[in-house]
Design a protein around this ligand. Structure first.
Ligand SMILES: O=C(O)CCC(=O)C(=O)O
Length: 286
């Protein structure tokens, strides 16, 4: 068994009942060829630019002697990363999958696993973190957009299909991350399907915030960078201020806007996250 798959065709894309059913049954859908190689190349060039978002990179210990490098921001903004996160293709699909109510951008990040150096993401549910931020309902999802092909060797995403139906599990500290109760994870793997989601650059995975997921350290000589955008519903606006965005209207744009972006663009207003701002992760880890 593999993650439910669909294929994107430009000009014909429509979120169907079959996609919604697959999303709600398995907790994710994989859409092949959702971005063109020219679009990926443009986003990648902006992410790699030393004067771009990369300037705000944070380092988090994975609790297993390696580190994860990431940059996070809370408002999409007007540069290519923000434009992509606001396209009808990505944000519109998210809105439909979540039931059609208004959504907003909760945060985006780029996780950079260097060749031979990138760390592990422990088994967790994103809602294991977001619950603590005052989000009352698990009405949230993330969109996983790899910048290069990702497979078992360079630490592709792993998921337990259908595990979003288990509800929020307990999580405990591991390095500077949270790890779901591993006794439950092992039982979930026996009951459900544990799959490696191997993806080509241009493929996109939409996954529910209670879906159990993880990724291994990068043991290959290829890097693995991924752009991840997380959305919340307006109706689920968190009840307290924290280190991610409360409801802010999302200005959706036409898909063609991505190719019109130039260079690193305007990075103002994105609210890049500082390491010391994040209270949902363990502190004082040495
Ligand atoms: O980048 C990955 O492999 C997983 C990322 C993830 O689960 C997270 O950032 O919460």
């Amino acid at each position: 068994m593999a993650a439910p798959e669909f294929t994107y065709t430009e000009g014909e894309w429509k979120v169907t009942e079959a996609m919604k059913e697959a999303f709600w049954t398995q907790g994710c859908i994989l859409v092949r060829n959702m971005l063109k190689s020219e679009e990926i190349s443009k986003v990648k060039a902006a992410l790699e630019d030393p004067n771009g978002v990369k300037k705000y990179t944070l380092i988090r210990k994975d609790g297993l002697n390696r580190e994860n490098w990431a940059v996070l921001w809370n408002h999409p903004g007007n540069d290519i990363t923000g434009v992509l996160a606001r396209t009808n293709r990505i944000a519109g699909t998210t809105e439909q999958l979540l039931g059609g109510d208004e959504i907003y951008h909760y945060h985006s990040k780029v996780n950079m696993k260097g060749a031979k150096t990138g760390g592990t993401f422990a088994w967790h549910q994103d809602y294991g973190y977001w619950y603590k931020n005052g989000c009352m309902y698990p009405d949230m999802l993330s969109v996983f957009i790899p910048m290069e092909d990702t497979d078992r060797a360079n630490g592709c995403l792993q998921v337990v299909l259908g595990s979003h139906k288990l509800g929020r599990l307990d999580h405990h500290d591991l390095g500077e991350q949270l790890q779901a109760d591993m006794e439950r994870v092992e039982e979930a793997k026996k009951l459900l399907q544990h799959v490696y989601v191997e993806m080509k650059a241009g493929d996109v995975l939409f996954f529910h915030c209670n879906l159990l997921h993880s990724s291994d350290a990068n043991s290959s000589d290829r890097r693995r960078w991924v752009f991840i955008v997380s959305y919340n519903k307006r109706a689920n606006d968190p009840y307290k201020d924290h280190h991610h965005a409360r409801y802010t209207p999302l200005n959706k744009v036409d898909d063609a806007e991505v190719m019109k972006c130039e260079g690193i663009g305007d990075l103002s207003g994105k609210w890049f996250m500082r390491h010391d701002e994040d209270f949902s992760i363990p502190r004082n880890v040495h």
